[in-house]
Design a protein around this ligand. Structure first.
Ligand SMILES: [Zn+2]
Ligand SMILES: [Zn+2]
Length: 329
């Protein structure tokens, strides 16, 4: 009898998904429009976990994906949103024109989805100005404007709340809800114990997602990674990137990248105190990023380092000087 061909590479990883769960990976979209969606089939139709960004062509590709499974948008009876960011829920603007599914969100994400201008607070958009960083002379930086061309946002009202650290029943699956803040206070990862599938949303993926003090900070991010690392996952599905058969390696890689940034910050402080503004421009060489989200990320690191007694940030009158405390670099 001829040996069965073993699936390999991507095909192999896709084969890890349990029967009834399918991954929509929009290969044509580039970051940030590239958020994956999960389809869970059940006898009533379809559940979508995230719907992708608010560009029409992206939405049309989501519909093509559903069609490839013999489904129409009207078959989607439930939408689970991992968090209220434009690349994960922007397509709700089109979807809600065609159908009215149940919409599930974490309780702290629900008000943001209902009124997305509130994201200016969770993204700490005013923070750079506080440190005199305003290279584009903006009166009031606006996150929705920032995303308007890349990946327009939509609003959506939650019809149901996801119970933090509870369970979520979708189709024949029972997912454990794992909240992983840092990038978004109510960022939800989902673990399916039977297959060992860990859907990490933006907590782990190809790129390290940005983080800001009002979204849970670096400490929240690292604690979330601890929670994910504690699960007996067999494979990991990120929102941005491909399926990986090595969940613990992926989680560790994200942690290493975060700590490498911390090391760089401490390295920049080795020669003496530096202003917050100067430090941001040294850590984030790209001027766009040195304005957003660099200062927000830097503030998260300084919050952690200050709490650990490793740096001191001096106040406004001294121009927000940051210094390493002796013997810690
Ligand atoms: Zn996000
Ligand atoms: Zn994302």
């Amino acid at each position: 009898m001829p040996a069965m061909a073993r699936p390999h590479g991507l095909e192999y990883h896709r084969s890890m998904l349990p029967d009834g769960i399918y991954l929509h990976r929009d290969e044509e979209a580039i970051w940030p429009a590239s958020a994956n969606a999960l389809l869970v089939r059940d006898p009533d139709g379809a559940v979508l976990v995230d719907v992708g960004c608010g560009k029409e062509e992206v939405y049309l590709r989501l519909k093509d994906f559903l069609a490839s499974h013999g489904l129409e948008i009207g078959d989607v009876h439930t939408v689970v949103l991992t968090h209220a960011h434009p690349d994960h829920m922007g397509a709700m603007r089109y979807l809600l024109e065609e159908t009215r599914p149940r919409v599930l969100l974490h309780p702290v994400e629900a008000p943001l989805a209902a009124e997305p201008s509130r994201l200016n607070h969770t993204f700490d958009m005013a923070l750079p100005l506080r440190y005199g960083i305003n290279p584009f002379n903006l009166e009031k930086p606006d996150i929705l404007e920032y995303f308007s061309n890349l990946c327009p946002m939509a609003s959506a009202d939650a019809t149901h709340i996801i119970e933090p650290d509870g369970e979520l029943e979708l189709g024949r699956f029972r997912f454990k809800v794992v909240v992983t803040p840092g990038h978004a206070n109510g960022l939800v990862s989902l673990f399916e114990p039977e297959s060992g599938m860990l859907f990490t949303a933006d907590a782990v993926g190809d790129v390290v997602a940005w983080y800001s003090p009002s979204s849970g900070g670096l400490t929240g991010f690292l604690e979330g990674l601890d929670r994910l690392a504690g699960l007996p996952a067999a494979f990991l599905v990120p929102s941005h990137g491909e399926i990986s058969g090595s969940p613990s390696r992926e989680i560790a890689r994200t942690r290493e990248r975060l700590l490498r940034r911390e090391k760089k910050i401490l390295g920049e402080l080795a020669a003496g105190p530096v202003s917050f503004q100067e430090l941001a421009s040294r850590v984030f060489r790209n001027p766009m990023i040195a304005f957003f989200p660099g200062p927000q990320i830097l503030r998260c690191h300084l919050d952690k380092l200050e709490a650990e007694g490793r740096v001191r940030c001096r106040g406004e009158e001294e121009g927000w000087l940051v210094e390493a405390l002796q013997g810690v670099v």
